[in-house]
Ligand binder design. Sequence first.
Ligand code: PLP
Length: 460
Amino acid sequence: MWSRRLDALKPALEALDQWRAAWPDDAADPLMQVDEDRLGQVLAELARRLQGNYPFHSPLYAGQMLKPPHPVAWMAHVLASTINPNNHALDGGPPTSEMEKEVVADLARLFGFRTHLGHLTSGGTAANLEALWVARETHPGKAIAFSDQAHYTHARMCAVLGVESVVIPTTADGSWDMSVLKASAHRIGTVVVTLGTTGMGRVEALHELLPFCRQAGLRVHVDAAYGGFYKLLEASGALDAAPWALTGAVDSLVVDPHKHGLQPYGCGCVLFRDPAVGRHYKHDSPYTYFTSDELHLGEISLECSRAGASAAALWATWRLLGGGTDSGLARMLAACRRAALAFAAALEDSGTYAVVDAPDLDIVVYHPRPTGARRLSDLSAASKAVFRKGMQAGPDQLFLSLYQLPASRFAGYGLEADADTVTVLRSVLMKPGHEGYATELAARLVRLLSHVERDALGQG
Ligand SMILES: Cc1ncc(COP(=O)(O)O)c(C=O)c1O
């Protein structure tokens, strides 16, 4: 229980209270005082309002990329937040800036970067924006290419940066249409490869794309916002190691600790292999950078204020659970991967659902088998009905997400192609507890579909 964790946090809060006691404390100012009863009421009201959330902590939440942080992360975050350091400059947070540099160096090592420049960001969007901005600065006038499976942020950020984007179509198995990449290579400066796509968790073939890009003189950026921490399983045999083996050779890489790194939101990371790209960030600040001649993180970041608490949380988590191939984090990821395989197998065994493709990581995309369907839209309707039925209170309650695939993926189904896309079900199994629930989730899905069919008969 989370409330029990306060016992572990208390001594650390007391240690900070002692440190604070050496100075007059603004918290003691009468204007900062509040009525304790009123405080209790507001917090109780907040706790009540927060219960309107879906149960992201539960294995029965098998929907979007959402889960609570590890307790060590929120405890470290809370502890640092009582000070509220700002990692923009060493003037604003010397210890948490140091922690950020340490943990960013750990991440650079994890991905195999021999040299690096990098920092934490508010999330994957800001981190990718920086990587694409550096791509524009190093390859002015050139386009940025990414596959049709890349996160929508890449097209959006290219528009923000005024850079042309080239979308490379993928085949049903997720491979890039290399003829399009080759034909456009003369106008492209940078290629974005996604290790862990948002929709299906696909790991794109970096081992095939990187040699081509090097030969064509193209810069390579890896968006591993979702999948990045699976690098920890590279040598485990649980994944195809080939794409992961090359992460150390790319020009830049994004990973989101607030996805699979057990962090609260507000923690992304961008890494560059060549520290010299720091020249693009070069600027001066009339307000900051005065307390030290060491690197101030604001000098290599587009965002100005950034929470030192995020760095503290990631640093503490990494010390406790990160790092090696047998670390707590690696074992959690291995459990998520096993959960996805077991869930996909249980769905197929049920005879009621079809899995769209074997999962590369821990995201499973599936739909009710099209028995009785005549049109593609019937398939979408069945997935949406199961999704909605799952959210209703009851013994089979289950929280899922939906995903749209191009109709061409269903060409062999013999259904009337009455829509351009088909809506299917999607489950992100990003909690280790999903492993023990894999068969239960599939069993609930089978029952949910029979409830949906029964409801339809009742209405018919
Ligand atoms: C592959 C990928 N890139 C980028 C993003 C955007 O990251 P954020 O939501 O942290 O801004 C996501 C988010 O799901 C993602 O999956």
